[in-house]
Write a protein that binds this ligand. Structure first.
Ligand code: SF4
Length: 364
């Protein structure tokens, strides 16, 4: 089983209107104290010397860090773990790319994940993003010019904007013209407690389905492998870090409210930024869930069906021992919601992905 690490940076310049993640604006001093606590937590890891398959800086907005702070966290990780062959990703916002490039930090990451969301300025303003479309294009080009050869672009679908499908087409065309190695495209689901939820009615299921299928069609035609419900990659560029979540590998959690998995237990560093700083990063995690073998099996079915790899022959045979489930599998194949895959199991099609929640609950 491989091991990965997630590093949480819970600060943002400004809250986006749709965002329900825990993130806060913070003074330079708080961010500095936070980085010190993070370095200390990393130094005290029980997994010293272990090889990491991937390291992921997420947030929040990791690129809010000063270049020296990024460097210190990376040095701490490099000292404690073996990251000689790790995929090392940082999320990055278009307005703060120059932070990274200033001191040549691009070389220390193997992958960048840029939160673009849309290339339409009206949609960006609806989402409360702090950047414009042209800033996103410039940021992408600067990363490329600095040598970044593995860039993801995050996009958002099913926005309640005027003429969304046309705007989405232009966004996809622009994204494809930049030729990123990876594109994540998530359907926006407004969550309670956000400005967005209070101000906009959700879009119709029909529009949401059309936006999703349009995205699949555009990106697949452009040569991207649709390897997970919301993720598309050029050959050889699947996100190794996210694959570790989807294939039940172990991952370590650094920073408050981050989650880890040790192969059996899901745990959380359950504290606020202030508590984390006060305890210099040493906060015992709480176990949120201990998975039995049966839980692991059910979760594997659920996660596998979200991937284009699908479930393999062995799992399918087990499922089909139940007559009702076998009939359901036949129905999925007959109605092209699923296809047989190379292993002799089944994988969902794009239309199947749209109904994945219902399909997965029938097969569990
Ligand atoms: S930048 Fe990301 S984490 Fe921060 S508020 Fe916006 S969506 Fe949320």
């Amino acid at each position: 089983m491989s091991l990965s690490a997630y590093i949480h940076i819970p600060f943002c310049k400004k809250k986006c209107s749709y965002c329900a993640f825990y993130s806060a604006s913070a003074s330079g001093q708080t961010i500095e104290e936070y980085v010190k606590a993070l370095e200390n937590q990393i130094k005290h890891s029980d997994y010293k010397g272990c090889k990491l398959a991937s390291v992921f800086f997420g947030g929040g907005t990791p690129s809010i860090l000063l270049p020296q702070q990024y460097t210190r966290i990376l040095n701490a990780i490099d000292t404690v773990f073996d990251i000689s062959s790790s995929e090392i990703t940082t999320e990055i916002n278009p307005d703060s790319v120059s932070n990274l490039l200033d001191i040549g930090l691009a070389d220390r990451f193997t992958r960048f994940s840029m939160g673009v969301q849309s290339f339409d300025d009206e949609e960006l303003s609806l989402l409360g993003r702090v950047h414009t479309s042209s800033q996103a294009v410039d940021a992408f080009k600067s990363l490329r010019n600095a040598g970044a050869d593995n860039i993801n672009i995050d996009l958002m679908l099913a926005l309640p904007s005027r003429d969304h499908l046309n705007k989405l087409k232009s966004t996809l065309e622009k994204a494809i013209s930049l030729s990123p190695e990876h594109i994540s495209a998530y359907i926006l689901t407004p969550e309670e407690g956000t400005l967005f939820f209070d101000n906009f009615a959700p879009v119709s299921d029909e529009l949401s389905d059309d936006a999703y299928l349009l995205t699949c069609e555009f990106l697949e035609k452009a040569g991207y492998e649709h390897y997970e419900i919301s993720n598309f990659a050029k050959k050889g560029f699947r996100c190794r870090h996210n694959m570790s979540y989807w294939t039940q590998e172990k991952y370590l959690a650094f920073g408050p409210s981050s989650c880890g998995f040790d192969g059996k237990n899901r745990y959380r560093i359950n504290c606020s930024v202030n508590e984390y700083i006060k305890n210099n990063g040493i906060v015992p995690p709480i176990i949120e869930e201990t998975l039995t073998d049966e839980d692991l099996r059910s979760e594997k079915i659920m996660l596998s069906l979200r991937l284009s790899d699908g479930i393999d022959r062995k799992i399918l045979d087990e499922i089909c021992k139940n007559d009702e489930k076998k009939r359901f599998v036949d129905y999925l194949l007959d109605s092209s919601l699923a296809v047989k895959n190379e292993s002799g199991g089944i994988s969902l099609t794009d239309r199947g992905f749209l109904l994945s929640n219902r399909i997965i609950s029938e097969l569990m």
